[in-house]
Write a protein that binds this ligand. Structure first.
Ligand code: OSB
Ligand code: MG
Length: 377
């Protein structure tokens, strides 16, 4: 069965790119650093029938992955957007092929592809949920909690999110800020679905430390070792009871297939940006569904644009674990869409309107914009 019902091609008149700086409600700290402002690229695909919106989820520094905003800006303006504009028309399913000659830069490609998907679906009056195979009208919402000043502060932060209704907690860990943190959260909340994310901060030599996490009954540990440590992850899996879930390492359906074949992971975090787009994300979900591997939708502190697409993806039946699909207010006091995602009974609604099903607040977009360039055919 084909993964999706294709959408008709759109005529691309222009691609508009903006860098936005959006203040975060509170600093977000991971093993690779602290963010206080989300720097993100918003893509507009301009067609004779209207606009489509996309989001490039790079961060300002190449820490989570080798991609970063200024690098994405360079490759988008010099190579990717010109390659798409050189075609008279393009269908969403043709974008990846049209950009294939550029190696890597998956987040940049994913943002362009999403703008074309949105434009094409709006023109056909189809929702991104229908397009991606969503089978739910709302998805369970997990929250990713950054490293705090100490375990007590972490317990307080987690308690706040539980009070809001989040159904699954993920805490960030790093060497020296792991066992005591997880112990504190587990002791305070013995029953909650809990997982940890190391963002590549350990090596196989830390296996004994990581094995101490086994006693906390975690759903999984996310990306303990580095992006290219596939064989080491397989070795680590032999030493842990906690399931390993790869994030950074899964850059494509091929990488997913290899990691599964080697026993490096038993759960997969799917992020459209990391893998080059929502269609590749769907291929990974499909692979995992066939293999009986649970998947969940990861997040990259998306604005309302990417957040809408993530909610739709997470509503696909392959996504059997709660994702990092939180309410907009988890990260932002002001979003760039008119109806930001809210938490309702621990869930986020899957938009049903045409395309992404959200309208961009052009005033807010303008206020957060720090750079802009329009490329034309
Ligand atoms: O590893 O999942 C990650 C944010 C930025 C970069 C990497 C990660 C994250 C998160 C936040 O954990 C997830 C979210 O958007 O809610
Ligand atoms: Mg992660």
């Amino acid at each position: 069965m084909p993964l999706i019902r294709p959408a008709a091609p759109v005529t691309l008149d222009a691609v508009d790119l903006r860098v936005l700086h959006m203040p975060l409600v509170s600093p977000f700290t991971t093993s690779f650093g602290t963010e206080t402002v989300r720097e993100v690229i918003i893509v507009t695909a301009e067609t004779p029938d209207g606009r489509g919106w996309g989001e490039v989820v790079t961060q300002s520094e190449p820490s989570y992955s080798s991609e970063y905003t200024q690098g994405a800006w360079d490759v988008l303006t010099r190579f990717l957007a010109p390659a798409l504009l050189a075609r008279r028309t393009v269908a969403p399913e043709e974008v990846a092929g049209a950009l294939h000659h550029v190696v890597g830069h998956r987040m940049a490609k994913a943002g362009l592809e999403l703008a074309v998907i949105d434009a094409a679906l709006r023109a056909e009056n189809r929702s991104v949920g229908e397009y991606l195979g969503a089978e739910k009208d709302r998805v369970p919402s997990g929250v990713s909690v950054g490293i705090q000043s100490d375990p007590r502060a972490l317990v307080a932060a987690v308690g706040g999110y539980l009070d809001e209704g989040y159904v699954r907690i993920k805490i960030k860990i790093k060497p020296g800020r792991d066992i005591a943190e997880t112990d504190a959260v587990r002791s305070a909340f013995p029953e909650i679905p809990l997982q940890v994310d190391a963002n590549s901060a350990y090596t196989l030599a830390d296996a004994d430390t990581l094995a101490q996490l086994d006693r906390f009954g975690l759903l999984l540990i996310e990306q303990p070792l580095q992006e290219d440590d596939i064989v080491d992850h397989a070795a680590l899996a032999q030493q842990l009871k906690t399931p390993i879930c790869l994030d950074e390492s899964i850059t494509s359906v091929k990488a997913a297939r290899d990691a599964l074949a080697l026993g490096a992971t038993t759960v997969i975090n799917v992020k459209a940006g990391r893998v080059g787009g929502y269609l590749e994300a769907l291929r990974i979900a499909d692979l995992c569904e066939s293999a009986g591997i649970p998947v969940w939708c990861g997040g990259m502190l998306e604005t309302g644009i990417g957040r809408a697409a993530n909610a739709a993806l997470a509503a696909h039946p392959a996504f059997t674990l709660p994702g990092d699909v939180s309410a907009s207010a988890r990260f932002y006091t002001e979003d760039i869409v008119t109806e930001p995602a809210v938490l309702e009974d621990g869930h986020v609604r899957v938009p049903t309107g045409p395309g992404l099903g959200v309208e961009v607040d052009l005033d807010a977009l303008e206020r957060f914009t720090v750079a802009r360039e329009t490329l034309r055919r």
